[in-house]
Design a protein around this ligand. Structure first.
Ligand SMILES: C[S@@+](CC[C@H](N)C(=O)[O-])C[C@H]1O[C@@H](n2cnc3c(N)ncnc32)[C@H](O)[C@@H]1O
Length: 369
């Protein structure tokens, strides 16, 4: 059985009962599960769809509650806990789940197992397996990527962020928008393919590495990074925009490339998860770029490489004030030259390299922790 790929293992009606105080609710649930490679125990988990009476009961009874969950396939103990923003309570249990344990069956009736699933599905499984367990319960992979935001739209407070959430921009981003933006930043003659090659060289990619590409847009770098990998290597594109992620799934999936929708201000991975972390052309769009940089460093393993490309404000006063006015108006930040090199130094990173080209700066480093 695959870990989190495709639809849930069970979606449908169930009865949730509690002993004290006694209560019974007819609910709709989504469940999935897998055997842990470490202890071999089958763990299943999921969510109850919003249910007003259950919510009233849970609010009165406490934040988590043991009960029983029955479906046509079984009646098992369950823990009901953490409600999410959409009013869905978490369900979890171990051992036999209340649904039949069979291989996933696709709509055409053909069984999909680990051996027969597509390379893209296996890449998505490997990506989902990188999540911290508490986020796996919330992950939905129905649309070919890992959705962690429950379909809520990304915030669009500025002109620039509005553009990133616009389906038209997402559709022309890779071919038109990005090259035009690079030309405006005067990236000193570096084409996008040269920028990609620079990212690969700076990150020192090869083999079965795990690579996180934060703010991956439509996957225009992620796929290229993934092409340098082999074996179980995975490049995971991570972005907050549904439009961008959908485009990435359409145009830039691959045997080593998968996508996840979430907020980079709080990455859903444990410390030291990735061999390499990349963030190109995005920090200047974000309201809290330094929080995001701290997150990038946190999830990078000791000895791993980080590479960022962002804006550079130039120090000449008249130029700076014009830049400040224009960029502030559309919601783009200009950074000082030593902004990121000094953060990397503070974190004890080594091999810090910086290249400034036009209004862009490329900074890379090794995590020496
Ligand atoms: C200009 S695109 C960069 C795409 C690609 N990295 C490149 O170099 O062409 C910036 C991306 O940052 C994403 N983004 C902005 N804020 C984010 C956040 N808090 N978490 C994740 N992605 C974010 C936007 O949705 C957008 O797709």
């Amino acid at each position: 059985m695959s870990d989190l790929s495709g639809k849930p293992d069970y979606r449908g009606p169930a009865t949730l009962t509690f002993e004290s105080p006694p209560a019974e609710f007819e609910v709709q649930i989504d469940l999935r599960g897998h055997s842990q490679p470490i202890d071999g125990v089958f763990r299943w988990y999921g969510r109850v769809r919003p249910h007003e009476a259950l919510q009233g009961f849970m609010e009165a009874a406490g934040s988590s509650r043991k009960g029983r969950l029955s479906t046509d396939s079984g009646d098992v103990p369950v823990l009901v806990s953490d409600v999410d923003l959409w009013g869905r309570y978490r369900l979890q249990g171990t051992g036999m789940p209340p649904y039949p344990l069979e291989p996933d069956v696709d709509p055409d009736g053909e069984a999909e197992t680990a051996a027969t699933s597509s390379p893209q599905t296996r890449a998505l499984d490997r990506a989902a397996a990188l999540l911290e367990p508490e986020f796996r319960a919330d992950a939905d992979t129905t649309d070919g990527y890992v959705e962690l935001l429950g379909g809520t739209p990304a915030p669009s407070p500025t002109t620039a962020s509005k553009a990133m959430n616009n389906p038209l921009v997402a559709s022309i981003y890779e071919k038109l928008w990005r090259p035009a933006g690079v030309a405006m930043m005067g990236v000193g003659g570096l084409s996008m393919s040269a920028e990609r090659a620079k990212a690969v060289a700076d990150l020192r990619l090869s083999g079965a590495m795990s690579v996180l590409d934060v703010a991956s847009g439509p996957g225009n770098f992620t796929k290229y990074l993934s092409d340098q990998l082999s074996g179980d290597g995975i490049a995971l594109g991570f972005d907050i925009s549904e439009q961008m992620i959908r485009r990435a799934v359409r145009d830039n999936r691959g045997p080593h490339a998968a996508y996840m929708r979430g907020d980079a201000q709080s990455l859903p991975f444990a410390n030291n998860t990735f061999d390499a972390v990349c963030c190109y052309a995005a920090l200047y769009l974000m309201p809290n770029p330094l929080t995001v940089v701290d997150e990038l460093i946190r999830v990078l393993r000791p000895g791993g490489r980080i590479a960022i490309m962002t804006s550079y404000g130039r120090s000449a006063a008249p130029v700076k004030s014009i830049l400040g006015a224009v960029s502030g108006h559309i919601g783009i930040r200009m950074f000082d030259k030593n902004q990121f090199t000094s953060i990397f130094e503070t974190h004890g990173m080594t091999e810090i390299e910086q290249e400034v080209r036009g209004l862009a700066q490329f900074v890379s480093a090794t995590n020496a922790r």
